[in-house]
Design a protein around this ligand. Sequence first.
Ligand SMILES: C[S@@+](CC[C@H](N)C(=O)[O-])C[C@H]1O[C@@H](n2cnc3c(N)ncnc32)[C@H](O)[C@@H]1O
Length: 184
Amino acid sequence: MPVSRRWFLAQGASLAAAGTAMVGWAVRTKGGEPVAELSPDATYTMHPIGRVVAKKDEPPRIVLFDRYAGGLLGLDGWSHVDVFWWFDKSDTPQRRAMLQVHPRGDAKNPLTGVFACRSPVRPNLIALTVCKIVSVEGSVVTVDKIDAFDGTPVLDLKPFTPPDEPREGVRVPDWARGGPRKDG
Ligand SMILES: C[S@@+](CC[C@H](N)C(=O)[O-])C[C@H]1O[C@@H](n2cnc3c(N)ncnc32)[C@H](O)[C@@H]1O
C-alpha cells in the first residue's frame, strides 16, 4: 500500500505524543525497547540525481539531471564535495553477498571485512569520494578527479565540511566557519 508523507507525519506526531519515536520504519519507545523491529529486509528507495562523466583528457564532471540543478545553489562556496555514488558495475546478488575481500584485489592483502575497507563489493553499493571542486555551472559540477567510471550513477552531493577530516587547502564560506559540523 503506498504511504503518503502526510500519513507518515501523522503517525510520527501521534507516536511522539505517546512517547515513542519513528526511526525509518522501526518504532522505538524513549526507553529504547523496540515496538516494531527494523527488518534486515527493509528497503529504502533512492534515485540517481545524475551521473559521472569521465572522458579521457577531460576533467571529470558530475552532471545532474536538470530537475536537481537548483540543489547546487551555494556549492561554489565550498572547496570540496562529498560525492556519493553507486557501484553499479558490482550490482549482482553474488557481489552484494560478499562480506570479505582481499583489499584492492590483491591476494597478498589480508582477508578483510567489506566494512573495514573501501571495496566495490558490499551489501549496499554506496561509494564516497571527496572531490576538489573546479567549477559549478548550471547542472554540472566539474571536479579535479574521481575514482568512479564514466557513466556511474550519482546518488547525492554534500559539501565536505571540516573538521570531518583534516585536509589542506579546504575553503568554506563565512557562515560555516568554526563550531561543530553543520549538516545543512
Ligand atoms: C576502491 S573503490 C573506492 C570508491 C570510493 N572512493 C569509496 O571509498 O567508496 C574505487 C574503485 O571502484 C571501481 N569502480 C569505479 N566505478 C565503479 C562502478 N560504477 N561500479 C563498480 N566499481 C566501480 C574502480 O575500480 C575504482 O578504482
